[in-house]
Design a binder for this molecule. Structure first.
Ligand SMILES: Nc1ncnc2c1ncn2[C@@H]1O[C@H](COP(=O)(O)OP(=O)(O)OP(=O)(O)O)[C@@H](O)[C@H]1O
Ligand SMILES: [Mg+2]
Length: 321
């Protein structure tokens, strides 16, 4: 549904987007990640035809965004980063106006508005002017505008930014649900969100694509890898560490902290092991060591993100790639 080929954008000779290619199919929710200034919003503006491309091509369901902008724009809804809305209009007036520019009038328009109002929970603010809305509601009005015409493609720039936790949860559910039948691109800085809603992730750093894969593949890139968190009760820290490190399955034991009788440890396996947690549990049982916690922590997304990107797009690389 979305095909971006070698997309580039120069601002005053400097490449903000340095030639990236990707595609999104129906039924996919593509997560767009990257540090501030990486080029996410710029890429989204180009895909949606709000910014001309310096080089490359973008097609939406086969329609070239620069050659057939009107046809292409019918096919998607766009939630921009600083979503503009006419401040002096009421929410209901703005949605009617948005429906009319989408060519939805009469009953079709009313039905489209009713559906969007329901999905975005805007019932309470319909008669309020947009400039009096809280940030979260403002955002929801803009989202409602993007989905009014029920387009097959959605391009959402930080759709959960500024929403309260309940609304974030609902918005994610909505995106996931819509993702079954649409092609969606979502940018976000919340790494957990990627796992919650995205079927695929790309990471952009300084205008270049540095990762394209599933959330699971992303996690597998964690430099730390998987570890087992164990909280032992009433044991000596150094003794426990030495005993556990003596096991051939254990590469390293970190002492994370002690609180009263509880000793928290992180155990790193030597190589990939299917039954690491079980092996450790047996070792603890053999010694009659009691534990209050034993769980596997898979690779951390923030570590992967740091290892793949720079601290910001003008900064230096922080971690090892
Ligand atoms: N109109 C413009 N003129 C000049 N430079 C621009 C313009 N728009 C964006 N840039 C620059 O392009 C780069 C990419 O910006 P962009 O907004 O795409 O980043 P982003 O990945 O969306 O970041 P954020 O996470 O902060 O939203 C930045 O260095 C930005 O300053
Ligand atoms: Mg942005």
């Amino acid at each position: 549904m979305i095909e971006a080929r070698n997309v580039k954008k120069y601002f005053g000779g400097k490449a903000a987007v340095a030639g990236i290619s990707f595609s999104v199919r129906k039924g996919e929710v593509l997560g767009f990640l990257g540090p501030n200034g990486a080029g996410k919003s710029t890429t989204m503006r180009m895909i949606t035809g709000f910014l001309p491309l310096s080089e490359g091509t973008v097609t939406i369901d086969g329609c070239d965004i620069e050659e057939k902008p009107v046809e292409a724009k019918r096919l998607f809804g766009y939630l921009p980063e600083n979503a503009p809305a006419y401040q002096e209009m009421t929410v209901s007036g703005f949605l009617k106006f948005s429906a009319s520019i989408r060519g939805l009038s009469g009953e079709a328009g009313e039905n489209a508005i009713a559906r969007a109002v329901k999905l975005c929970h805007l019932e309470k603010v319909l008669n309020q002017t947009i400039d009096t809305l809280s940030k979260g509601y403002h955002h929801r009005v803009c989202f409602a505008q993007a989905i009014l015409h029920d387009p097959p493609v959605l391009i959402l720039d930080e759709p959960t930014d500024g929403l309260d936790p309940n609304q974030k949860h609902e918005m994610r559910e909505l995106i996931r649900e819509m993702g079954r039948t649409k092609a969606i691109i979502v940018s976000t800085h919340i790494l957990e969100e990627v796992e919650a809603i995205c079927t695929r992730v790309i990471i952009i750093d300084r205008g270049e694509l540095v990762f394209n894969g599933t959330p699971r593949e992303l996690r597998a890139r964690a430099p730390q890898g998987e570890r087992l968190l164990v909280t032992l009760l009433g044991v000596d820290g150094d003794g426990a560490r030495a005993a556990l490190e003596a096991l051939p399955q254990v590469r390293r034991v970190e002492i994370l902290g002690r609180e009263g009788e509880s000793l928290s440890l992180a155990l790193h396996p030597s190589g990939r092991q299917e039954n690491f947690a079980l092996t450790i549990k047996k070792a603890l049982d053999e010694r009659s060591w009691q534990f209050s916690e034993l769980h596997t922590e898979s690779g951390r997304l923030d570590e992967v993100f740091r290892s793949l990107t720079t601290s910001d797009s003008t900064g230096r690389k922080e971690g090892a790639a």
